[in-house]
Write a protein that binds this ligand. Structure first.
Ligand SMILES: NC(=O)c1ccc[n+]([C@@H]2O[C@H](COP(=O)([O-])OP(=O)(O)OC[C@H]3O[C@@H](n4cnc5c(N)ncnc54)[C@H](O)[C@@H]3O)[C@@H](O)[C@H]2O)c1
Length: 337
């Protein structure tokens, strides 16, 4: 029996994962066949930014396997954000089309205002609507703060932060207009943060700052767009891609058993968040890798002082032990496990 969605992605290697060669295997990815089961995203139109490689690639393939029509955005940059190779994005679109789905390529730099506008317009012009925006594109220029130069800072902040807001802003205009004209909206924005953004990683002042900003942006957009039928969430993934393969030895692909560092595992969460099943999930941040999904709480107090008038600096010094009762006053630990 043909399985769809979660089972298809996690249990079967049905997508051709080689970067260049699209698959036309008849046994795979039969989501457009008449006898197909319903997909979670049938009839929806999705955009994934940075979908030519890594996590975005698997997110796009997953969304397509669930029935969505895809705009595959990717500027084709190197890890550091240089160059413009359009072939990875085309490859992903080719795989989807070869397996009976619908996909188009968008090569805009998503960190420009016009790039954000173009990708939304292309989705609507091509497929007649736009329902799901997965903000994923990213670059890396890791350096300690004392070694970082201006362009390292500007480029990473731009690609991640503006690269999230530019398409989200134009999507927000589109959905708001749609809602105001009386049409039903089931909009989804899924942003990509990082544990580096949640906890602040040494050597990543630019990247961690951008990823932390994406968490705040997620909360802002969730509050602003709820009334128009749009949910906004963010993921902090871990997966083996070119961004991480040299960082973590344990990410080497295992020959047998469950491959917990496979980006496909992350893609499954995107499939759920994009679906109607997640209509009541918004403003949430998830850490996800392997078979693990954590819904992260926002900031909560770990200590407090209260009285009906202000504390002087000296009094605060005296009360320090009460403020940090039972918790460290040093740098909070990185991550939660
Ligand atoms: N891999 C991990 O473990 C991990 C961990 C935390 C966060 N992330 C985040 O996940 C996202 C995907 O990362 P990845 O590991 O798949 O990296 P990747 O380098 O494999 O893929 C990133 C893609 O984004 C594209 N891109 C870069 N700049 C772009 C721009 N201006 N416009 C359009 N496309 C652009 C690149 O061409 C590339 O195809 C990033 O936002 C990254 O920060 C990844």
């Amino acid at each position: 029996m043909l399985l769809r969605g979660h089972a298809l992605i996690t249990k079967d290697d049905r997508f051709d994962r080689s970067p260049q060669v699209p698959t036309t295997r008849s046994t795979t990815f039969e989501f457009n066949k008449k006898e197909k089961p319903m997909g979670l995203l049938d009839g929806k139109v999705a955009i994934v930014t940075g979908a030519g490689r890594g996590i975005g690639r698997d997110e796009a393939l997953l969304l397509a396997s669930e029935g969505a029509k895809l705009v595959i955005n990717d500027v084709g940059a190197s890890l550091q954000g240089e160059g413009g190779d359009k072939s990875p994005a085309q490859d992903v679109a080719d795989i989807i089309i070869a397996n009976g789905g619908e996909a188009v390529v968008n090569g805009d730099d998503i960190s420009t205002w016009n790039g954000g506008k173009n990708v939304i317009e292309q989705a609507v012009d091509t497929f007649g609507s736009m329902d799901i925006l997965v903000n994923n594109a990213g670059i890396l220029r890791d350096k300690m703060s004392f070694n970082m130069n201006e362009s390292d800072w500007d480029d990473v902040i731009r690609v991640h932060l503006k690269g999230h807001f530019a398409p989200a802003q134009h999507a927000a205009v589109y959905w708001r207009n749609k809602a105001k004209s009386g049409e039903e909206v089931t909009g989804r924005i899924i942003n990509t943060s990082s544990e580096a953004g949640l906890y602040g990683n040494a050597g990543q002042a630019n990247y961690s700052t951008a990823k932390g900003g994406i968490v705040s942006l997620t909360w802002v957009l969730a509050r602003e767009l709820e009334r128009y039928g749009v949910t906004v969430n963010a993921i902090a993934p871990r997966a083996r891609t070119r961004m991480t393969e040299n960082l973590f030895g344990e990410m080497a692909k295992s020959d047998e058993g469950f491959d917990e560092w496979d980006p496909k595992n992350v893609a499954n969460l995107i499939g759920f968040l994009a679906s109607d099943n997640a209509a009541d999930v918004t403003g949430q941040i998830f850490v996800v890798f392997g078979g693990n999904v954590w819904a992260m709480g926002g900031f909560v107090p770990v200590g407090e002082l209260h009285r009906d008038h202000a504390w002087t600096p000296s009094e605060l010094a005296d009360a320090k032990g009460d403020l940090f009762k039972g918790v460290s006053s040093g740098i909070p630990k990185f991550s939660f496990f």
